[in-house]
Design a protein around this ligand. Structure first.
Ligand SMILES: [Zn+2]
Length: 444
């Protein structure tokens, strides 16, 4: 029964919580409310069951993917990896049971082979059971995809064998070390298996105190407001921290959500696509559609070296969390622009020098043949000019003698063609404006 599920002002017709409760009434699914917790009336409890369709949302967890579970504010999903290891996993089960909290366990095939009873305890307690490969290799990001498939398939087979009931296993999977690869994701999607990354961690695999695990879990949850928390049920420090984590969640008004896969008899919880984003845009969040970021296309393949988690020994690193590493690494590997395509560099033509004069029309230099044109260059005379001048002089002398012999003016004329701006040495000489002159005869 739904019982005394804490339903405050947040529940309103149309809200996800309202729809979930409505669906629960229809399908008979129930969450273990705090009031149902025998002997623990103040337990945290499980506020609702979220039914998801792995095929519709194959990758979740904002540490690595755009989508995450469609949780409302202050809703938390607890996940535990790497078990079962009876010494610690059984204590985790007891703590969760004491608070009537349901979680999702990502079990390792080899552990299930060694402790099959531990996997059956998870099922009997009503938790969701996913898988986490057969041997937990921290090389899934670069191993051959065929080997990755084998790890995935063997892990599933081992856990199913321990359960003795295929239906008890969910199609949920978490990549060891979150070291994802395209080929691995493609294969899991083809199998209808949902990949769970996480929204935040508590670093409980590191050599830190249980109080530090508690602090990190709460601090990071408070930063996000909701989400999937990744823990490890095989760690003693997690066992020590878990009661305090659950207590803090309760004290701070957080609610636990239990996630189960959709089946033909159990349809997925109705959701809108926007709910699968951790921070969906709202009227309180400024969204700018202008100016658009240019769609740069770079031909270069220069990239910055990307950190890899194994390089940084993420299990031992003290200064940077996995979440921070992943956030940090998101922008790495992008080709660098060699040069900005905008603004363009324009090469303007140099201004025309003010001293340059317009080119005179040829007619200005048309003179009657026979007129003496003073074209002599002061000094030193250029060979060409000298040649022209000599020729001119000889022509004039010939004209004189012809006029004298004929007694009438000559009809021919000399055309002088000016040449400008050639940089001829003669032009730069003496401060006078001089022109090279071509003289040719033209018959009338
Ligand atoms: Zn693991």
């Amino acid at each position: 029964m739904i019982g005394n599920v804490s339903v405050g002002a947040r529940m309103r017709p149309g809200s996800a919580l309202f729809l979930t409760l409505l669906l629960a009434c229809i399908t008979g699914q129930t969450a273990a409310s705090a009031a149902d917790c025998l002997g623990h009336p103040d337990a945290l409890g499980t506020s609702r069951i979220l039914v998801v369709d792995p095929k519709a949302h194959p990758r979740i967890g904002t540490m690595q993917y755009p989508e995450t579970l469609p949780l409302e504010d202050h809703e938390v999903v607890l996940t535990f990896d790497d078990g079962p290891l009876p010494r610690n996993s059984n204590q985790v089960l007891d703590i969760l049971a004491s608070q009537c909290v349901k979680a999702t366990f990502f079990t390792i095939g080899r552990m299930a082979q060694s402790y099959p009873e531990g996997v059956r305890k998870l099922r009997d307690a009503g938790h969701s059971i996913g898988t986490h490969t057969q041997d937990h290799p921290l090389t899934m990001d670069h191993m051959p995809v065929e080997r990755a498939k084998q790890e995935i398939d063997d892990g599933i087979a081992s856990v199913k064998a321990a359960l003795g009931d295929d239906a008890a296993l969910t199609p949920f999977f978490r990549v060891p070390g979150l070291l994802r690869a395209d080929g691995v994701e493609d294969y899991l999607a083809s199998q209808g298996i949902q990949i769970w990354s996480a929204d935040f961690l508590a670093d409980d695999w590191r050599h830190i105190s249980s109080s530090r695990v508690l602090d990190l879990a709460i601090k990071r949850l408070e930063d996000k407001g909701k989400g999937i928390l990744l823990l490890h049920d095989i760690q003693a420090r997690t066992v020590a921290a878990l009661p305090k984590i659950l207590h803090e969640l309760k004290a701070r008004g957080y609610r636990i959500v239990h996630v189960v896969p959709a089946t033909p008899e159990r349809p997925a919880t109705p959701t809108e696509p926007i709910q699968w984003q951790l921070h969906p845009p709202s009227e309180n969040v400024a969204i700018s559609h202008w100016p658009k970021i240019p769609n740069f296309v770079f031909s270069g393949d220069q990239t910055l070296p990307a950190h890899t988690l194994p390089d940084l020994d993420w299990r031992e690193a003290q200064s940077m969390t996995l979440a921070e590493l992943l956030d940090h690494g998101r922008g790495i590997g992008v080709p660098l622009p060699r040069e900005a395509p905008w603004p363009r560099q324009f090469s303007l033509p140099p201004d025309r020098p003010a001293s340059e004069l317009p080119v005179p029309a040829q007619s200005i230099f048309e003179v009657e043949e026979g007129l003496r044109v003073a074209l002599r260059v002061a000094a030193p005379p250029h060979h060409a000019e000298q040649t022209v001048a000599d020729h001119e002089e000889r022509s004039i002398e010939r004209g004189k003698s012809r006029r004298a012999s004929r007694g009438k003016p000559h009809t021919g004329r000399a055309r002088q063609v000016a040449s400008h701006g050639t940089g001829h040495p003669a032009q730069a000489h003496g401060g006078k404006l001089k022109h090279l002159v071509q003289v040719r005869k033209r018959s009338a």
